[in-house]
Design a protein around this ligand. Structure first.
Ligand code: CA
Length: 129
């Protein structure tokens, strides 16, 4: 009986958390048109389709709080031209899917325009350490 009561109590707590704190709910991955650094919310890693964080040309922003083993699943393979890491994690951007080949490291809070680097339109997977 005691155990059952505990399960019910924790289920109620989860429901409460879900209704009162929409921002804390796991986002997973989403893709939205966006322009500029403000298009990247807190706690997200954001991949921008165009350089200068889409400031010069409106484009898509992929926003995630989890690893992505292949950006092609989201139509975003070899598209990233700028990145913002608004998570608390060190992030790795990989050339190949499944976290393969070389990676570029971004510290928490770091942003980078990739246009003039050899990473432009070449990222295929991302990992949050
Ligand atoms: Ca691009």
């Amino acid at each position: 009986m005691k155990m059952r009561a505990a399960v019910v109590a924790s289920a109620a707590l989860l429901t409460l958390a879900g209704t009162t704190s929409a921002q804390a709910a796991p986002l997973g991955v989403d893709i939205t048109p966006g322009r500029g650094p403000h298009a990247c919310p807190d706690e997200r890693l954001c991949l921008y389709e165009h350089g200068a964080f889409n400031e010069g040309q409106l484009g898509l922003v992929l926003r995630t709080d989890q690893d992505i083993s292949f950006l092609g699943h989201y139509g975003f393979n070899d598209k990233t031209s700028a990145v913002i890491n608004n998570t608390d994690h060190t992030v790795r951007l990989y050339y190949d899917r499944d976290f393969g080949r070389e990676y570029l490291v971004l510290a928490p809070g770091q942003a980078r325009d990739l246009v003039d680097t050899n990473w432009n339109d070449d990222v295929s997977s991302v990992e949050l350490l």
